[in-house]
Write a protein that binds this ligand. Structure first.
Ligand SMILES: Cc1cc2nc3c(=O)[nH]c(=O)nc-3n(C[C@H](O)[C@H](O)[C@H](O)COP(=O)(O)O)c2cc1C
Length: 175
């Protein structure tokens, strides 16, 4: 099986997540092309058997470039098994209200693109204080404080559950 992984990553965690997914599918014998959305250009999806789209949430939205890609290729995506990986920090908290909001963000994204993902998986991201500018660091410290999360503002803190992600990939795309 030949898989496409197309992703948008602002601070790098979604890229790590996609690399992990790529390693998993290669280990089981599938071939994979992993592409940052900015380099996807006019790519033809016809040679691929399935696709993963992945993006991260910033201020309640996924990256616009990923939205453009999904809209441009909605027809092809709707004809193959697809997995939508939505990376956020809110999912790490386990709050049902946050989960409902993340589901709404993912559904709005897909609706606007005209794409119906075969499966949506929410994946916890990371605090990347080494990547943030002053204002981002301030905002993220405030968010962490509000959520009662204990983070060191001088270090990166990763919440991604790699074992759970491996399980999602192991089961996908299924029969
Ligand atoms: C400026 C900024 C805004 C963010 N806004 C949200 C948000 O609205 N909801 C959320 O759950 N996570 C939010 N996050 C957390 C990111 O989704 C998380 O750090 C993720 O790992 C980023 O993935 P990336 O490194 O691939 O860009 C925000 C992060 C930053 C830096």
């Amino acid at each position: 099986m030949r898989l496409l992984i197309c992703y948008a990553s602002t601070e790098g965690q979604t890229r790590r997540i996609c690399r992990f997914c790529a390693e998993q599918v290669v280990a089981r014998g599938d071939s994979v092309e992993m592409l940052p959305v900015g380099e996807a250009g006019e790519i033809d999806l016809a040679p691929f058997d399935a696709a993963i789209l992945a993006g991260s949430i910033h201020v309640g939205k996924l990256q616009g470039g990923l939205a453009d890609f999904a809209a441009t290729h909605a027809g092809a995506l709707n004809r193959m098994p697809t997995l939508f990986l939505v990376v956020s920090l809110a999912i790490a908290g386990g709050d049902p209200g946050d989960r409902a909001e993340l589901d709404r963000i993912a559904a709005d994204f897909a609706d606007k693109a005209g794409w119906t993902p075969g499966q949506v998986a929410h994946v916890a991201g990371a605090f990347r204080f080494t990547e943030y500018n002053f204002f981002e660091a301030l905002a993220m410290r405030w968010i962490a404080h509000r959520k009662g999360q204990d983070v060191d503002p001088h270090e990166d803190t990763e919440f991604t559950d790699w074992a759970a992600l491996a399980e999602v990939i192991r089961e996908w795309p299924g029969e």
